[in-house]
Write a protein that binds this ligand. Structure first.
Ligand SMILES: Cc1cc2nc3c(=O)[nH]c(=O)nc-3n(C[C@H](O)[C@H](O)[C@H](O)COP(=O)(O)OP(=O)(O)OC[C@H]3O[C@@H](n4cnc5c(N)ncnc54)[C@H](O)[C@@H]3O)c2cc1C
Length: 480
């Protein structure tokens, strides 16, 4: 057997014979594949391999199994939890799916799309729109994130309130198992009760059980009318109460209900080109989007009426309703500018908490108080998919106020405090980003033993030799 630390030319030659010479990158600048999206984690690999077909993926995996190589499945490499890059042990191959990017089929009548795993989300949006359908998953990384990576992470995004997360939008998968066999379930069935749902195991598995090579996905009717508003409010509690009334009035037409703290909006203005819609910065704001497939639905008027009533009743401070598509796009630009703003402002760590929607205000209050008590210099920011109870609580330390603290120790402590609080109130500390390498210790610490043992048993069943994405979800021995 080949020693993993010294890649022989024969090994690289064999990889090249499977995928072609240009699709094996063994030297040069490979940072695009080996450094995570935010530049915080980097690793090493024997080679980055870019297969183009499911057969090539299967052959690469069989070779890796034979040679005892670790395999890191990779899509757009936008993971927030360092799950798509190898560690620095230099004994892995990164299998990047970018070249496997075909839309295989779109069945308009069935509202089903069958795509390669390397298809970029924005390309699927375009392809669905061409046949007057939509794939309703939307997030800030949609220009880079791929279907395989989105399934691997079970991504949520801003439309999860109405359409669910990636699991809810997936009808079936094609997967290369760690032994190189291909499991195919791409018939696009809406009902199928043949035993356990294996697709659900691979969704959210973060590449630890196999490599997804294709997916059958649900499409929905295109929305033809939209209304968007930014609403200034006094508190998260006021936002929660307004959510109920918006849902009473608009039912399932509510696409997004995103809560932002005022200091987060101010940071976006300070560090990016995004502009606040408000003349006076409020403490809290929600971005509401309502849409409907009917071309003539009077959504804007109805939203204006509701917000007018709310204003009259003294339940909101201000509301700006988008008058056209450009204004609505500017609202979303501000919402999606948060990552860039926070990276520029200093260093931060983000909680990915999932709590019951009704507990969002309590969680935000308790978490802010807890962080301020221990870290007086912290700026608690909130970016929250409020409609589904997903709170991204961001503890930010500004670069221009840097007190020279041990950053890693601060981040660890904040994660410990915040994740502990989330679990204490019955929530999950990983709502949509996954566990990755970032939260392996927290999964072990905060999961009840029966659940943790069952998770491990599933991993052992599919991947007894631990070759798929080692160090992700479960820590490797000695992993920090
Ligand atoms: C600006 C920004 C905004 C974001 N906003 C959101 C948001 O609102 N909601 C949200 O849920 N997430 C968000 N994310 C993170 C989100 O997880 C990723 O954008 C997306 O899900 C990952 O897709 P990717 O193709 O980049 O996958 P990668 O980052 O490459 O991989 C993600 C995980 O999936 C695995 N994987 C990749 N491809 C495959 C495959 N073919 N088969 C099996 N496993 C695979 C990887 O090993 C890894 O564990 C955001 C990220 C950024 C940078």
């Amino acid at each position: 057997m080949q020693t993993a630390s010294a890649p022989s030319d024969p090994l690289l030659s064999e990889l090249r014979s499977i995928v072609g010479s240009a699709a094996v990158i063994a030297d040069g600048d490979r940072s695009k594949y080996l450094v995570d999206a935010r530049g915080w984690f980097s690793g090493a690999a024997l080679a980055v391999v870019l297969p183009k077909t499911v057969e090539e993926v299967a052959a690469v995996v069989k070779l890796a199994a034979r040679e005892g190589l670790k395999v890191i499945p990779q899509g757009g490499n936008t993971s927030m939890v360092y799950s798509s890059v190898p560690d620095d042990a230099d004994c892995a191959i990164v299998v990047n799916l970018s070249r496997m990017n075909r839309i295989r089929e779109i069945d308009r009548e069935a509202s089903v799309a069958v795509v390669d795993a390397g298809c970029v989300l924005a390309s699927l949006h375009d392809a669905a729109a061409e046949v007057d359908r939509a794939f309703p998953l939307h997030l800030g990384s949609e220009g880079s994130a791929q279907i395989g990576g989105l399934a691997g992470a079970n991504a949520g995004g801003t439309g999860a309130l109405r359409y669910g997360n990636m699991r809810d939008l997936t009808l079936g998968l094609e997967v290369v198992l760690p032994n190189g066999e291909i499991l195919s379930d791409l018939n696009g069935l809406r009902k199928d009760n043949r035993g356990y749902n294996l697709n659900h195991l691979f969704i959210g598995a973060e590449g630890t059980l196999g490599i997804i090579t294709g997916a059958a996905l649900k499409l929905v009717p295109q929305n033809r009318t939209n209304a968007a508003a930014f609403v200034a409010l006094e508190s998260p509690q006021a936002a929660l109460e307004l959510l109920g009334r918006v849902q009473d009035r608009f039912g399932t037409s509510v696409n997004a209900y995103e809560l932002l703290s005022g200091n987060q909006i101010a940071l976006c203005e300070e560090f990016t080109e995004a502009a606040s819609p408000f003349e006076t910065q409020p403490d809290w704001a929600v971005l509401i989007e309502i849409s409907d497939p009917a071309p003539d639905a009077p959504l804007k008027d109805r939203l204006e009426n509701l917000l007018g009533e709310e204003f009259e009743a003294g339940r909101l401070i201000d509301a700006v309703i988008a008058q056209n598509g450009a204004q609505s796009a500017a609202f979303w630009h501000l919402r999606h500018a948060v990552t860039e703003a926070n990276v520029r402002a200093g260093y931060s760590t983000t909680l990915d908490a999932s709590v019951r929607v009704s507990q969002v205000p309590e969680f935000i209050t308790r978490c802010s108080e807890m962080m301020r008590a221990e870290f007086p210099g912290v700026h608690p920011l909130v970016v929250c998919h409020m409609g589904d109870g997903n709170v991204h609580f961001i503890a930010l330390f500004r670069a221009d106020e840097d007190e020279g603290a041990d950053r890693q120790a601060v981040i660890n402590r904040i994660q410990e405090l915040g994740n502990g609080l989330t679990v204490e109130i019955g929530g999950s500390f990983s709502a949509e980003h996954g566990i990755g390498r970032k939260l392996t210790g927290e999964l072990e610490r905060l999961t009840d033993p029966a659940r943790y043992a069952t998770l491990k048993a599933v991993k052992m069943l599919f991947d007894p030799n631990g070759m798929m994405n080692p160090g992700v979800i479960f820590p490797e021995p000695g992993q920090a």
